[in-house]
Design a protein around this ligand. Structure first.
Ligand SMILES: C[C@@]1(CC(=O)O)C2=NC(=C\c3[nH]c(c(CCC(=O)O)c3CC(=O)O)Cc3[nH]c(c(CC(=O)O)c3CCC(=O)O)/C=C3\N/C(=C\2)[C@@H](CCC(=O)O)[C@]3(C)CC(=O)O)/[C@H]1CCC(=O)O
Ligand SMILES: NC(=O)c1ccc[n+]([C@@H]2O[C@H](COP(=O)([O-])OP(=O)(O)OC[C@H]3O[C@@H](n4cnc5c(N)ncnc54)[C@H](O)[C@@H]3O)[C@@H](O)[C@H]2O)c1
Length: 200
């Protein structure tokens, strides 16, 4: 909030993670754990995920059985598990465990998402739209995940099916363009100006 009480809006910085190159650890194998794992796999079916929990839903077991990149440790989480993680998602039904693990993760500088507890999260999952190589991330700053989901559906509807082809063609043009950097940028901006009403 600023001095007149108006929210500064969303200050989150979106990054696009290479989930096959990093190790994500999900603690908790219930409904929420399943939701988080599905969100990761929707973005990259080859995401490297380690799921740690004494109880694993059959749907999670099936996902693990279908991927060489998913591993299940069928036991309670241990402090040492955090050392093997690049990204941590806490999704158990034990809030005090989440608080304890979050403190430990902070010491290790391990970025952590804590299900149902936005205040403890270093990052939020976003709604994502994918059309070929195009990916759009949506965040409502935690205000309304339902809005994020609906807006994803709107974008999925309005983005033309030809979008992947368009990106492929632009890549070919980009690779073929000769000249120095500034000339290439100018030419690419000229070619793509038809995509916007501004035309510039
Ligand atoms: C985008 C998406 C990604 C994903 O998780 O895959 C996502 N939530 C999704 C769906 C969804 N989640 C919930 C509902 C039920 C309706 C509702 O509450 O609105 C629905 C809608 C549905 O399922 O229909 C319940 C819910 N979610 C959070 C809380 C706790 C709280 O707010 O305190 C509660 C209350 C639990 C309770 O009732 O106790 C918190 C978070 N959920 C976020 C992400 C982060 C903020 C994202 C943003 O800024 O918008 C944040 C802050 C943290 C995080 O989870 O990373 C995914 C849509 C994927 C898609 O379909 O495109
Ligand atoms: N399911 C939902 O859609 C939903 C919605 C809103 C809030 N919540 C809340 O989110 C929390 C999780 O919900 P859920 O439906 O996934 O619960 P759940 O009971 O299905 O799953 C809990 C998971 O945590 C694991 N777990 C517990 N202690 C553990 C430990 N020490 N180490 C490792 N794993 C451990 C369990 O083995 C289990 O896999 C609950 O507190 C619930 O109230 C859930």
């Amino acid at each position: 909030m600023n001095e007149v009480g108006i929210s500064e809006g969303n200050v989150l910085f979106p990054v696009f993670l290479k989930l096959n190159q990093i190790q994500t650890v999900v603690v908790g194998g219930g409904n929420v754990g399943l939701e988080k794992v599905e969100a990761l796999l929707k973005n990259d079916p080859k995401a490297r995920i380690r799921i740690i929990a004494p109880l694993i839903l059959p749907a999670l077991q099936e996902l693990a059985d279908g991927s060489e990149f998913i591993e299940i440790l069928n036991r309670k989480v241990r402090g040492g598990d955090l050392k093997g993680a690049d990204l941590l998602i806490l999704a158990t039904d034990d809030y005090s465990l989440h608080e304890k693990l979050k403190k430990k993760a902070k010491k290790l500088r391990l970025l952590t998402n804590v299900a149902d507890t936005p205040d403890l999260c270093d990052f939020y999952l976003g709604s994502t739209v994918k059309k070929g190589d195009l990916k759009i991330g949506i965040s409502t700053n935690g205000k309304s995940p339902t809005f994020a989901k609906r807006f994803r559906e709107v974008l999925e509807d309005i983005l033309p099916d030809s979008t992947p082809e368009l990106l492929n063609q632009l890549k070919t043009i980009r690779d073929d363009l000769k000249g120095d950097f500034n000339e290439k940028v100018e030419r690419l901006n000229e070619i793509t100006s038809v995509l916007t009403k501004k035309g510039k």
